[in-house]
Design a protein around this ligand. Structure first.
Ligand code: SF4
Ligand code: SF4
Length: 305
């Protein structure tokens, strides 16, 4: 595997038989790294561009293999009560401890993969793509934050006649999006918040580039599904739904809007990474609440949950 951005990138998951990332049965390739910091992120392992070490102490048997493997002395087992202490301060993310751990207590999250290696996985399900209308979806993180790798994967899929979708936050240079248009059958474009000040509070960026990119992508005639995460108490206000509706009705190439209801299932992922979840406890919405959100969108295209 050559290690230049055209031929390799950092991937944290390749999920076969995905049913929610575009039409049909798909393989979703999750590229690691994102420029946004959404408070409700349910893939915290996608944020950092570098590989990370996941730590699940409940799986630790105290075998000590990681202590032997770590050149930085990050792992310690207490002589008294066998308590395992993992101090990340000096960790270089070399991954040796995760390789040494046979019990899944330490795992490496994210690795460099070549285009050929990814495509070998993707091509395994070609028959399912044909019968279901599925294909390849690039997700993340922000897949277009590794633009050369993303482009190479989309080109490879195209040359195999495989349908391509890109899930993007839109927080990328427009030139990057433009380069992908010819290679991408469908964009799953996230719209998180319509108020710039709130967008900044919730994600670290004001969303202006995202809105401009959405409008410019639409003007290029790209096929777009708009995906709107709705988080109770943060962006489930009527004004936000009205703004989404106005925006969608002003754009001619949005074929559907998908409401993406908040779910609180990511807190264990944050603790595995040694991080705290940035959002306090928020109740997951119930079915009537989700239906209200759908009805609040007055758009001319179909709305799905
Ligand atoms: S990733 Fe490397 S440096 Fe970090 S704890 Fe594991 S072995 Fe030590
Ligand atoms: S190698 Fe795994 S199971 Fe063994 S002490 Fe380290 S974390 Fe625990």
């Amino acid at each position: 595997m050559g290690d230049n951005p055209q031929s390799a990138g950092t991937v944290f998951d390749v999920q076969r038989f995905s049913l929610h990332d575009g039409p049909g049965i798909r393989t979703t390739v999750f590229l690691k790294g994102c420029p946004l910091r959404c408070l409700w992120c349910h893939n915290p392992e996608s944020i950092d561009f570098r590989p990370e070490i996941g730590w699940r102490p409940e799986h630790c048997t105290g075998c000590g293999a990681c202590i032997e493997a770590c050149p930085e002395g990050c792992h310690q087992l207490s002589q008294e009560d066998s308590h395992h202490r993992f101090d990340r301060a000096d960790c270089t993310r070399c991954g040796r401890c995760a390789e040494a751990c046979a019990f899944g207590a330490l795992t490496r999250i994210g690795k460099r993969m070549g285009v050929d290696e990814v495509m070998t996985e993707v091509l395994k399900d070609r028959a399912y793509y044909k019968t279901s209308g599925g294909g390849l979806t690039l997700s993340g993180g922000e897949p277009l934050a590794q633009p050369e790798f993303a482009e190479a994967l989309l080109s490879a899929a195209r040359s195999e006649g495989i349908h391509t979708a890109v899930e993007t936050s839109g927080q990328v240079r427009f030139q990057t999006l433009e380069n992908m248009v010819e290679l991408t059958d469908l964009f799953l474009f996230d719209l998180k918040e319509t108020d710039p000040a709130r967008h900044e509070t919730y994600s670290g960026m004001d969303g202006q580039l995202i809105r401009e990119n959405l409008q410019r992508l639409n003007a290029l005639g790209a096929d777009i599904i708009l995906r709107c995460p709705i988080i109770p108490t943060l962006n489930d206000r009527p004004g936000h739904f009205a703004q989404i509706s106005d925006l969608v009705n002003s754009l001619s190439h949005i074929r559907e809007v998908h409401v993406m209801p908040y779910h609180p299932f990511a807190s264990h992922k944050y603790s595995e990474l040694g991080k705290s979840a940035p959002l306090g406890r928020i109740e997951a919405p119930d079915e009537p609440q989700k239906k209200q959100w759908v009805h609040a969108l007055k758009v001319s295209c179909p709305v799905h949950i």
